[in-house]
Ligand binder design. Structure first.
Ligand SMILES: [Zn+2]
Length: 359
């Protein structure tokens, strides 16, 4: 049974929100545990009553209101604490895929922090089996292809880096869906260059490098990610806007930025949406992708982020389709997969435009 919603150009409405709702998309920057909807978090909190996370969905909404980035990390880690068994892992992964499919996401690279689970005592092999089982079920039932990015939680230091690298590169553990290696958590006080040896090992094992950088710090962190961690895409990169030379470098090398507008407001990395540097990125010719980061925690979803980007960048339907195709280009899908998804975006857009009265 497929639960993919069949929103066609003929049956959907005519506004940009309706166009976006049906637009086939790729999501490149979304966190596994950070995608837990209030319904899932509530279910997990009820399963683990010793947690400090509220069970009541209304109380949860208040709990997810952040004062600053440090507070966000604190709340996030309390949700991490709810994932204690392989069954918790499987449930979360499968439900996240259902939510992506609802938004017409055909392909998603989900950032997973396996260290958070193995540190809690979940067996590494059982963890890998849980995510792979959910991935295969999601692909056959929802039609959404999932791939994994294993990321180092920067706040947990080099022990976490070592364990994440081991889980990502050990042939007996490494899951089939793993394509990339990342680095998240706070940037202030957590210099990127110290993670170089771990990224070197992951890259040598065939993984792509996709660290967060310049989310809450300046362009120097993005340069570190490019030079030391050999980043192929940058998570956020907000601070890059302050360095024209860096923007030119990103544009020339087609190194995409994974922009997550609402997240940047929620964590106070950017003060107001109208001040978001996405316009500077686009003007500089940088390959901009739009993503949702930790959507339920920030009260958003990928479709909402596309609507925000449409407003900030003044995009019509063709502009939105081009934005969706940027994510396809920047993804780690294989070449036939990229061609197929880009063609699906084009076909949807052409059908939408031809079914409307002339403007
Ligand atoms: Zn992120």
């Amino acid at each position: 049974m497929t639960e993919r919603l069949a929103v066609s150009a003929e049956t959907a409405g005519s506004g940009p929100h309706d166009f976006i709702a049906g637009l086939p998309k790729a999501e490149l920057h979304v966190h596994h545990i950070g995608s837990a909807s209030p319904r899932i978090v509530s279910e997990l909190a009820a399963r683990h009553p010793d947690s400090r996370v509220p069970v009541d969905p209304e109380a949860l909404a208040g709990y997810f209101t952040f004062t600053d980035f440090a507070h966000f990390i604190d709340v996030y880690l309390s949700v991490v604490d709810l994932i204690r068994t392989p069954e918790d892992v499987r449930l979360l992964t499968y439900e996240v895929a259902r939510e992506l499919a609802r938004q017409q996401v055909r392909y998603a690279e989900l950032t997973i922090t396996p260290f958070s689970s193995t540190r809690r005592g979940i067996d590494a092999r059982a963890f890998m089996e849980a995510i792979e089982d959910a991935r295969k079920a999601a692909e056959s039932e929802f039609g959404t292809v999932l791939r994994w990015c294993f990321d180092i939680p920067g706040e947990a230091g080099l022990e976490a880096a070592e364990e994440t690298t081991r889980l990502a590169t050990d042939d007996r553990l490494r899951p089939e869906g793993l394509v990339s290696f990342g680095l998240g958590g706070p940037e202030i006080g957590v210099p990127r260059p110290q993670f170089k040896p771990y990224f070197d090992r992951a890259i040598a094992a065939g993984l792509h490098s996709v660290p967060h950088a310049g989310e809450t710090t300046g362009p120097g962190t993005v340069w570190d990610a490019l030079v030391d961690l050999r980043a192929e895409r940058i998570g956020h990169g907000t601070g890059a806007a302050r360095d024209p030379e860096l923007l030119a470098h990103l544009a020339e090398r087609r190194i995409a930025l994974e922009v997550c507008p609402t997240s940047n407001i929620a964590t106070r990395a950017v003060t107001r949406l109208d001040e978001h540097p996405i316009r500077e990125f686009a003007r500089a010719g940088v390959l901009v992708t739009v993503n949702s980061d930790d959507p339920p925690m920030f009260g958003t979803d990928l479709n909402t982020e596309y609507a925000i980007a449409a407003r900030l960048l003044d995009l019509d339907e063709e502009g939105l389709a081009a934005l969706a195709k940027n994510a396809v280009e920047a993804s780690f899908l294989d070449a036939p997969g990229k061609t197929r998804l880009a063609a699906e975006i084009d076909a949807y857009t052409a059908s939408w435009l031809s079914s409307r009265p002339l403007r």
